[in-house]
Design a protein around this ligand. Structure first.
Ligand SMILES: NC(=O)c1ccc[n+]([C@@H]2O[C@H](COP(=O)([O-])OP(=O)(O)OC[C@H]3O[C@@H](n4cnc5c(N)ncnc54)[C@H](O)[C@@H]3O)[C@@H](O)[C@H]2O)c1
Ligand SMILES: O=P(O)(O)OC[C@@H](O)[C@@H](O)[C@H](O)[C@H](O)CO
Length: 483
């Protein structure tokens, strides 16, 4: 007989508590025969998505790789999960019901500021992989894609590490560099850095900012990095909304335990990974992960079709009075814009994925139409300045070079301009002031400034700015009156 799962044990405890006349269900906690696995992966960015995706895949790989996860900035999630021994519940929310289970792969949880623990893991030869989910903005890239060395937080971290390589730092590139310095010093061998954010070529992106920061701190680290660090890339997919109120009650009802921090996600999931993993990795393929030589075709399809449609809906949907993805997608006007965007984008997809695009689009229709997900558009709208360049701009540029206009991407950009001007959900963006300034004033100047800042060639011919202005005017007519 197989060992009881943590859920079964917890449910049994709950039954015993009730039988004994108690009323309080037990808190989620490890039982003696469900001990934490040894830490071999370190994760940065203990957010909902990581918990719905990489941690879940690693548990399902089933070969005993434990994860030590650090919060990105605030300590809250680590403080909440520590008393539960890193356990939490994942609610997989299908259109017809929930599947509720406990994720067991987090062996340790730490607050972002626990630099001593971070360095300790990186010095351990058993630790083979560093993963991250810290948002697009967390990698602190400048205009040319390299490190934004002038950013005050980056400059402060560089000064700190030059003074003392084990002192606490706050930015992601500096944490990775500090960790690699520690690993080099401990002679702990090679390692893989595997980013899991929605960024094209995310491995190369992180490799570049890490090398840039290393060059400023200690150029002697660069040859060691070249020899020992595998910057792997991945395409990650699983829509993971903010956790809706009432989720803990569902967990308590289903499993008979108290979970202070459950996560909700969709049944669909995909992870496509390319890397050499010189120090090893879990048998993720046993959990359904696709190991490939080149992630780019998958990444491009996902960013342009899924994330592109998401951004379009996040800015246009609230102007039409919608709060969630499913509500926006049920609106025929939005649906037509999204389908148009997909038509525009799919002509330029790599042939390795193009044949499967009809099925991919149908799956997206079903995923976006899942009314039980309640994926709030405000979550997706954040940091448009980081997202539009990789979601809509490639479509505009590709259609432009074919002598055409992407009507779908135009709606996305025009709706973003309207959003920057105050329509729809409030602006939350790392570069809010700069882009709000560009979007201000008369339509003509605003559209020209935004397009030129996104990609200079987009503002060059009259046609594209003109069509953006027309859509902007159309969206203005839809704006909901204040109540
Ligand atoms: N939620 C999804 O559906 C989804 C799906 C695929 C990929 N992702 C990727 O995962 C990332 C995280 O999404 P989430 O849903 O978990 O969000 P979340 O808000 O739950 O978690 C975000 C995490 O990133 C950290 N973070 C944010 N800004 C940071 C910064 N500047 N420096 C360091 N850490 C920072 C936070 O502290 C937190 O740990 C996204 O940006 C996206 O690239 C999300
Ligand atoms: O997570 P972000 O902020 O990069 O983008 C918002 C959404 O488009 C995104 O989270 C999707 O839900 C996700 O990429 C689906 O896999």
């Amino acid at each position: 007989m197989s060992a009881p799962t943590p859920q079964a044990e917890q449910a049994e405890q709950a039954r015993q508590t009730e039988a004994a006349g108690g009323t309080e269900p037990p808190r989620l906690a490890r039982t003696p025969d469900a001990a934490a696995a040894p830490v071999r992966i370190v994760h940065l960015g203990l957010g909902n998505f990581f918990r719905a995706h990489q941690a879940w895949y690693t548990m399902r790989a089933g070969d005993g790789w434990g994860i030590a996860a650090f919060t990105g900035r605030r300590p809250d999630v680590a403080r909440t999960l520590a008393p539960q021994d890193g356990l939490y519940t994942l609610v997989e929310r299908g259109p017809d019901g929930d599947d509720v289970g406990v994720v067991t792969s987090l062996s340790a949880v730490h607050a972002a500021g626990d630099q001593a623990a971070w360095l300790g893991y990186l010095r351990d030869p058993a630790v083979a992989v560093v993963t991250s989910t810290v948002t697009e903005a967390g990698y602190l890239r400048g205009h040319d894609g390299g490190l934004d060395a002038a950013h005050p937080d980056v400059a402060a971290d560089v000064a700190t590490l030059r003074r003392d390589p084990v002192a606490p730092v706050t930015t992601v590139p500096a944490k990775i560099v500090a960790g690699l310095l520690a690993r080099q010093g401990a002679d702990a061998g090679p390692i893989t850095v595997l980013p899991c954010d929605n960024l094209p070529g995310n491995g190369a992106v992180v490799g570049r900012v890490v090398r840039d920061l290393a060059a400023l701190v200690d150029p002697d680290l660069l040859p060691w990095i070249a020899e020992n660090v595998d910057f792997a890339s991945s395409m990650v997919d699983r829509i993971t909304p903010d956790v809706a109120p009432g989720t803990a009650e569902i967990v308590e009802r289903e499993l008979g335990v108290v979970d202070a921090s459950p996560v909700v996600t969709e049944p669909f999931s995909q992870w496509v990974v390319a890397g050499s993993f010189p120090a090893g990795r879990p048998r993720w393929e046993d959990a359904g992960v696709e190991l490939v030589d080149d992630v780019e075709p998958y990444e491009r399809r996902k960013l342009l079709l899924l994330n592109g449609a998401h951004s379009l809906m996040a800015y246009a949907g609230p102007i039409l009075g919608h709060e969630t993805v499913d509500a926006a997608f049920a609106d025929e006007r939005v649906r037509a814009w999204v389908e148009q965007l997909w038509d525009d984008a799919e002509t330029d997809l790599d042939e390795r994925v193009r044949a499967r695009t009809p099925a991919y689009r149908q799956a997206l229709r079903e995923r976006f139409g899942n009314v039980r997900m309640s994926d709030v558009l405000g979550r997706i709208a954040a940091d448009g300045s980081q997202k539009l360049p990789v979601r809509h701009v490639p479509v505009l540029l590709a259609r432009r070079s074919a002598g055409e206009v992407s009507a779908g991407a135009v709606v996305g950009v025009a709706a973003w301009i309207a959003h920057l001007r105050g329509a729809g959900v409030p602006v939350r963006d790392v570069a809010a002031d700069l882009w709000r300034e560009r979007a201000a004033g008369e339509d003509e100047g605003a559209v020209a400034r935004i397009l030129a800042s996104l990609a200079p060639e987009l503002a060059e011919d009259a046609g594209l700015p003109e069509v953006h202005r027309a859509v902007l005017a159309q969206l203005r007519a839809f704006e909901q009156p204040e109540v």
